[in-house]
Write a protein that binds this ligand. Structure first.
Ligand code: SAM
Length: 358
């Protein structure tokens, strides 16, 4: 398979959300309500589709057919859409992701502009942590509140094999820098892959407890451009919990889960916690409060959406804030009840995770 084969798909971009919206009339309410009564208040913004790692389950070694710079939203366009989301549509949490969000030049300015909005949203970022030893302080100063850092292994050789880059020490330094900069609680995201790093669940949790990071295991999802995901091979939430229970006492966290993707447990009585995001075997779509904006200006109501709504076109054609907000509301009104991974006939979305924003 070549980079061209795997490149950005010809995703169906549309501004017409009427067909998907079904027949129910949308109540006249400013928030991002859908037909199932959910209200999206958590905006995931992808800042770039590029990454400086090549995790085998996420991207091919040669990378992908990256978005053209002219297709990507510039900082002014991005700032405007985030402002509309926060000030007109009721978004209260903004998470920057990618690709690798720290590769975006001017990320601190994007964060600062977001932090200047009224009401000020909570601002977080999902990153691989590389470079944070130099930038965590500045990002915190710009207004970043919290951080999630991805780390699938503590073994240098395995890290190099899994990410195709010898950068484990950079990630560990990034974690320490994030904590020192007050980007707490620092959360660690781990994906376990059978026969590769699934024996590391216990050491990863020990490491995170010791360093006061909150570990979350994420079930592998069918979102890779290589289409390598297999239900039979994936490590399930139950399997992860069984392994952890062989070494730790896990008791359900007393904190209500709300719309959080992770189910959480106290480790050995707390205060340390571990979370498991069982998107495949324990879906939580009924409580989903997320809306997603890709780096090239497409709106997605779900990670697994088969269609997306073009905001860049209207934006560049001179649409007003009200018009953009209206398109956003219609898109979210049409959000499906669930991701359908467990339905017959499920088809993986055309965009890979790295181009949607994880
Ligand atoms: N580069 C950033 C990072 O490494 O965190 C942000 C983007 S990355 C796509 C976000 C998260 O998605 C990472 O924790 C990564 O491990 C996870 N991820 C990627 N592909 C996945 C998949 N198929 N299933 C589950 N998680 C996945």
């Amino acid at each position: 398979m070549t980079a061209v084969d795997l490149g950005l798909p010809k995703v169906q971009r549309t501004t017409d959300t009427s067909s998907a919206a079904g027949s129910a009339p949308r109540p006249d309410t400013p928030g991002l309500l859908d037909q199932f009564g959910r209200i999206a208040t958590d905006l995931r913004v992808s800042l770039t589709d590029k990454c400086n790692l090549r995790c085998t389950y996420c991207m091919p070694a040669e990378g992908l057919d990256w978005m053209a710079k002219t297709d990507m939203l510039d900082d002014v366009e991005l700032g405007r859409l985030i402002r509309i989301a926060v000030e007109d549509l009721g978004v209260t949490n903004v998470r920057f992701t990618g690709g690798e969000p720290t590769l975006r030049k001017g990320i601190a300015d994007v964060i600062a502009a977001t932090a200047a909005l009224t009401p000020r949203p909570r601002i977080s970022m999902t990153t691989n942590g590389i470079g944070l030893d130099r930038t965590a302080g500045a990002l915190a100063e710009a207004g970043l509140d919290r951080i999630n850092i991805s780390l699938d292994t503590l073994d240098r050789d395995r890290f190099t094999e899994l990410t195709r880059r010898d950068r484990l020490s950079d990630v560990l330094d990034g974690l320490a820098a994030a904590k020192a900069a007050g980007l707490t609680p620092v959360k660690v995201n781990s994906v376990l892959l059978r026969g590769i790093n699934d024996h590391e669940a216990i050491p990863l949790l020990r490491y995170c407890v010791e360093h006061e990071y909150q570990l979350r295991f994420i079930e592998q999802m069918p979102l890779d451009p290589q289409h390598g995901w297999s239900r039979a091979e994936m490590v399930t939430a139950d399997q992860i919990l069984d392994v952890l229970r062989s070494a730790f006492e896990l008791t359900p966290s007393p904190v209500p889960r709300g719309a959080a993707p992770a189910e959480r447990w106290l480790v050995d009585g707390g205060p340390a916690e571990v979370g498991v995001i069982g998107s495949v075997t324990r879906p939580f779509c009924g409580d989903c409060d997320r809306t997603r904006l890709t780096a090239d200006g497409s709106l997605r109501s779900c990670l697994f959406s088969q269609t997306e709504t073009d905001l860049r076109g209207p934006l560049r054609a001179g649409a007003s804030d009200d018009e953009i907000a209206g398109i956003w509301r219609s898109t979210m009104w049409a959000k499906l009840a669930g991701h359908q991974i467990n339905e017959a006939g499920f088809a993986q979305p055309l965009r890979p995770m790295s181009a949607i924003g994880g």
